[in-house]
Each structure stands twice: as C-alpha cells, then as structure tokens.
Ligand binder design. Structure first.
Ligand SMILES: [Zn+2]
Length: 181
C-alpha cells in the first residue's frame, strides 16, 4: 500500500519518464491498466501517474489530494477511471456532464472532490504542489500517523499536463474504442 507521506518525504525528484519496456507491463498501482510511464522504478498508467509524479509541472491542474482512508490509491484510480470513461462515452467530462449516466458519474466525482476539504483541515492543503513541503512540517508520532495521514489519496481530474493536454482524452477514447493506447 502506498504511504503517500513517506513517499513525498523522499529526498529525490519525483517526475515521470516514458515507459521503456514491454507494452504489456501492468501499472504497479492499480494492477489493472497497461503502464505507459515510470516514476523511479514504479510503472504507472495515466490515471495513477499523478499520485507518484508529485513534482510534475502543472500537477495541480491534473489532480488534487483528498482524504479517503476507505479506498487504497489503486482502487480509487480504478473507480475514477470508470467515472471518466462514463463521461467520455457521452463526449463530456466530469466537469461538464449534467445528464444521463455521465451526469451521475460527474456527481460521484464531485463527492470525491469535496473530500479535499477534509484534507485541508488535517494538513493545510489539498494541492499536490504544496504537499511535499507540507509533509516535512508534519511531526506525527508513528502510532498516530496511521489515523492522521494514511488516508491521503490523489484524485485524477480527467485532464493532462500542458505539454500534451489532449493525452488523457485520447487515452479515454482509445479505451472506449478498444484501441491499444
Ligand atoms: Zn494504474
């Protein structure tokens, strides 16, 4: 299970590299989708990548932090991918969907996004760009830690970084069309 606080405290740059390896490599986080990138030694699909590439430029546009101890990061990624695919099937996003199944998906996404507030109350931010700095400030007894910070998850907004803004839309369309990405 990913301990995001311990991970964020690591003394190294956390940026993504394109996957070099077999296309059949599976994401180490969700254990479900094919990996397309790596952060360090961790192979990642596009939905799980923001939970690991914490130093990526423009990360706050792509994802945010929420408090959700009930679901591990990989399970949340699977759920969120389903919400994004449901919207993409109606040619909308979780930000624009209003009717039908996509509307329900958008409503569920909004409920997850509201969990940002619970995290701000705990560590003072829901921005990934501020997270590593915030983690250094946290002084928590190891026993208390499980209850205090082990519920931090990364919520993918269904968009992508500025250098390739269409990438995630293309990914969703490829999934819907059954085309290898
Ligand atoms: Zn994944």
């Amino acid at each position: 299970m990913l301990d995001l606080v311990r991970y964020a405290r690591a003394d190294k740059e956390l940026n993504a590299q394109k996957l070099v390896g077999p296309k059949s490599t599976i994401c180490a986080c969700c254990q479900h989708m094919p990996a397309t990138a790596t952060v360090g030694d961790t192979t990642l699909c596009p939905t799980c990548l923001p939970a690991f590439a914490l130093d990526a430029s423009g990360i706050d546009h792509v994802a945010s932090l929420i408090w959700l101890p009930q679901l591990e990061q990989g399970v949340l990624s699977r759920l969120v991918l389903t919400l994004h695919v449901t919207c993409a099937r109606q040619s909308v996003t979780v930000r624009t969907a209003a009717t039908g199944e996509a509307g329900i998906a958008a409503m569920n996404f909004e409920l997850l996004k509201r969990r940002e507030t619970a995290l701000v109350n705990r560590i003072g931010t829901a921005k990934i760009s501020e997270f590593r700095e915030a983690c250094k400030e946290l002084k928590i007894d190891p026993v208390q830690r499980a209850h205090f910070v082990n519920g931090i998850r990364v919520l993918h907004h269904g968009c992508w970084f500025g250098d390739a803004p269409q990438l995630y839309d293309n990914y969703l369309r490829a999934l819907i069309g059954g085309v290898p990405f």
